[in-house]
Design a protein around this ligand. Structure first.
Ligand code: AMP
Ligand code: ZN
Length: 114
């Protein structure tokens, strides 16, 4: 499958890994928008949040467990988790991923994420 994040998980494309377990892979975003900007992806290919089902939602739970671990290890008191689903929401890679953002004061509202 021609999927950038599947290739990163497989090690075919290099990444700055920050966490890995049986279900989850996490790495630094190549174009960070905050001092801490990591991407958490499920190892099984799921295209987007629309395709989360009772059968595969376990990977999503594992992602949130991994985020809590990484945040604890790195002493992140405050952070934001974002999933973009679909083109208008800004999803550019069609493999489900959650952005972990931290290290700066973040606003709220349409203009706050860019
Ligand atoms: P989204 O726009 O929500 O689909 O997020 C995709 C993210 O993947 C963007 O923030 C990109 O900067 C990031 N990205 C794209 N290619 C790479 C890569 N090779 N390594 C790390 N992050 C990447
Ligand atoms: Zn994939």
């Amino acid at each position: 499958m021609d999927c950038l994040f599947c290739k990163i998980i497989a090690g075919e494309i290099p990444s700055a890994k920050v966490y890995e377990d049986e279900f989850v892979f996490a790495f630094k975003d190549i174009q960070p928008i905050a001092p801490v900007h990591y991407l958490f992806v499920p190892k099984p290919h799921i295209c987007c949040a629309k395709k989360i089902t009772a059968e595969n939602s376990g990977s999503v739970a594992k992602i949130f467990e991994a985020i809590a671990k990484v945040a604890e290890d790195e002493g992140l008191e405050s952070y934001r988790v974002i999933n973009n689903c679909g083109e208008d929401a800004g999803q550019s890679v069609m493999h489900l991923h959650f952005h972990l953002l931290a290290g700066k004061k973040m606003g709220w509202g349409e203009q706050s994420l860019g």
